[in-house]
Design a protein around this ligand. Structure first.
Ligand code: NAD
Ligand code: UDP
Length: 343
């Protein structure tokens, strides 16, 4: 694919891209396919005509996320733990298996680290045996509490290796190391994307992340809980934009291996987010402050010039529009048994 200036594909490249997307159906393995992002990815891949195996142990994911896909004969669910070896004869592997919300990944830190390290090794061994391309869902957490903003892929990060977030951050960093060493040592076709905070329908209402917490709290008339002073920033990407980035990365040239940032560069303080959610829901909830989370990064904003140049990708959904959709989703779940806020 020819590189073009500002995140746009030329007409020829666009046609080439569409042909590739709609082209030969592939056999695809999605680990963590029962989770928030994985279920959207499975849905999108099936809509493109591919055959999809979802491998998940359903520790933080839900079968319900996939129930609307269960009638499709090209779709299979395998209950399995990525820490244990597996072998699927597939063309592409997306590795999404890992708890992602801080309360989830800190609930079983050793399990989180091992899921990321052994899971990476097992998908890479599967790819080595079959010649599959393997795409890793890495994270902006590899930058830790960054000393530079926006974060470019060349920044090595500022991670506390022994803090409560390390099981996730260092797990993802080790996974990136494995991806690059399998590529250099065994010629495995690898691609690494670093995801910045992504939100949308099918987040668990109780998973503890900031958007699900604030929206659910506002809808239930509970206090919106800000950890710390609320001046820390995040950049929030709507799920459909992120999935589009992954699809593009998966069909990019073999030499496009990343790491590549995927996220929305719009940067907001947590306090601004709380105020936006409160006004958009028309809620009377109060905004209250709780103790700051340990090692909580102060700022996070992706530099996406590499994704624009190499994938012709940039996000289309602004925070306000995405929040409308997320609020509608959580609103539709009011009254269902799982609508409660994590402690
Ligand atoms: P999620 O918790 O909704 O999904 C993770 C899925 O992985 C779940 O279905 C869970 O059951 C499964 N899983 C966990 N451990 C497993 C194991 N040992 N074996 C098999 N399956 C296992 O989280 P998500 O937001 O959908 O995140 C998906 C991936 O994207 C994760 O790897 C996460 O680190 C990465 N990521 C997400 C974000 C985000 O903002 N959502 C940001 C950065 C990175
Ligand atoms: N946060 C908050 N209140 C909440 C949940 C999160 O103030 O109820 C803050 C959290 O401390 C962090 C930011 O919101 O500064 C984003 O948190 P999240 O867990 O969504 O993702 P993170 O980027 O920390 O992985």
């Amino acid at each position: 694919m020819r590189k073009v200036g500002r995140g746009e594909l030329s007409v020829v490249d666009r046609q080439d891209f569409l042909k590739k997307v709609a082209g030969i159906p592939k056999r695809i393995l999605v680990t963590g396919g029962g989770g928030f992002l994985g279920s959207h990815l499975c849905e999108r891949l099936l809509s493109l005509g591919h055959s999809v195996v979802c491998l998940d142990n359903f520790s933080t994911g839900r079968r319900e996320n996939l129930s609307h896909l269960s009638e499709i004969s090209r779709f299979h669910i395998v209950e399995h733990d990525v820490r244990k070896p597996f072998l699927f004869d597939v063309d592409v592997i997306f590795n999404f298996a890992s708890p992602a919300s801080p309360p989830d990944y800190q609930a079983d830190p050793v399990g989180t680290l091992m899921t990321n390290v052994l899971g990476a090794m097992n998908v890479l061994e599967n790819a080595r045996a079959t010649g599959a391309t393997v795409v890793q869902s890495s994270t902006s957490e590899v930058y830790g509490d960054p000393l530079h903003s926006p974060q470019r892929e060349s920044y090595f990060g500022n991670v506390n290796p022994i803090g409560p977030r390390a099981c996730y951050d260092e797990g993802k960093r080790s996974a990136e190391t494995l991806f690059f060493d399998y590529h250099r040592t065994y010629g495995v076709k690898t691609k690494v994307a670093r995801i910045f905070n992504t939100y949308g329908p099918r987040m668990r209402p109780d998973d503890g992340r900031v958007i699900s917490n604030f929206v659910v709290q506002a809808l239930l008339g509970q206090d919106l809980t800000i950890y710390g002073d609320g001046q820390q920033t995040r950049s929030f990407c709507y799920v459909d934009d992120l999935i589009e980035g992954f699809i593009r990365l998966s069909i990019s040239d073999d030499n496009c291996i990343g790491p590549i940032n995927l996220g929305n560069p719009g940067e907001f303080t947590v306090l601004e987010l709380a105020e936006m959610v409160r006004s958009m829901t028309g809620s009377r909830s109060r905004i209250v402050h709780r103790a700051a989370a340990v090692d909580d990064p102060r700022q996070r904003r992706p530099d996406i010039s590499q994704a624009m140049a190499e994938l012709g990708w940039e996000p289309k959904v602004a925070l306000r529009e995405g929040l409308h959709r997320a609020i509608a989703y959580f609103d539709s779940r009011l009254g269902t048994p799982d609508l409660a806020v994590a402690g």
